[in-house]
Design a protein around this ligand. Structure first.
Ligand code: PAF
Length: 283
């Protein structure tokens, strides 16, 4: 596995890789966990050459968010990316990606606005801008993202479509800990107690799924099941619990066929998001 920082070097290496086969790309902010590694393994199994980027993107963090304390574990990330089959690990510098005088950003207007967009204004502008730059430089055949960041994958899908990127996008299932907690680099910042309590998020989403299996279709009732379980944990706050259309993310009043149930919570000093797809069982 080659480890490089320079944009020109990445372009050179990928030019030659492209002439020999397909290129897969997994963008990350590091602190790699099993979720990232499973994306990398899938990407490597489906394409000839795997490029992984590692960049904690300042543009996607709000002024009061956790950019400074976001986990940075470069040495172990190198080993993990290598063991998951990466051919190229690209660690760009902030000054190369956002040089002085940098002015252009990408805004995906509608789908960036609800849910995360309300609580993290400008977050998706930061995400779409960096992903557009990374795609522009790497020009991969396939981009691999995790379902845990559901709205992010909707925003990026829309951007790829709107800006005519030639990359295909794959969204892979969320990897979970034994108790169901979605794997996230931010889990490392949970205290022992908060870590224990954080499992409620998945349990609450599962409770909603069971309720749908038992026949409930009303969005308010489904959401209420989730919020009342979340409220049973002292100190836990939630930003939103929403039952939405799987593509537009518009809120639904009733579950008609399939939907996505999205939630964001604060536990200790850590903000976590998760989601599950809900589908009406066939008779
Ligand atoms: O999901 C992430 O880790 C980030 O939002 C991404 C896609 C790497 C962009 O910085």
């Amino acid at each position: 596995m080659r480890v490089v920082s320079s944009i020109n070097r990445v372009r050179q290496i990928l030019k030659s890789a492209r002439s020999n086969g397909t290129i897969a790309f997994v963008p990350t902010m590091g602190a790699l966990h099993e979720g990232h590694l499973s994306l990398m393994k899938k990407a490597k199994a489906e394409c000839d050459f795997l490029v992984v980027s590692l960049f904690v993107n300042p543009l996607q963090f709000g002024p009061t968010e956790d950019f400074k304390v976001y986990p940075r574990e470069l040495a172990s990330d190198r080993k993990k990316a290598h063991s998951a089959g990466a051919d190229l690990l690209w660690i760009p510098s902030e000054k190369d990606l956002y040089p002085p005088g940098f002015q252009s950003t990408v805004t995906v207007s509608k789908i960036s606005q609800p849910w995360e967009g309300i609580f993290r204004p400008d977050h998706f502008k930061g995400v779409s801008t960096i992903v557009a730059k990374l795609l522009q430089i790497t020009r991969p055949d396939r981009l691999y993202l995790g379902q845990k960041d559901y709205q992010q994958s909707c925003v990026i899908r829309q951007m790829i479509r709107d800006l005519h990127f030639e990359t295909q996008m794959r969204v892979c299932a969320t990897c979970r800990e034994k108790d169901g907690l979605a794997m996230s680099s931010r889990n490392a910042r949970l205290s022992t107690k908060a870590r224990e309590n954080a499992a409620i998020l998945y349990r609450a989403l599962q409770a909603a799924k069971n309720q749908v299996r038992s026949g409930e279709r009303d969005a308010k009732c489904i959401i209420q099941t989730v919020t009342s379980l979340l409220e049973s944990i002292p100190g836990l706050k939630y930003d939103y619990v929403a039952l939405c259309d799987i593509e537009t993310l518009e809120p639904l009043e009733r579950l008609a066929d399939c939907a996505v149930l999205l939630a964001a919570i604060h536990i200790g000093r850590v903000r976590l998001i998760d989601n599950i797809r809900l589908k009406i069982p066939k008779k």
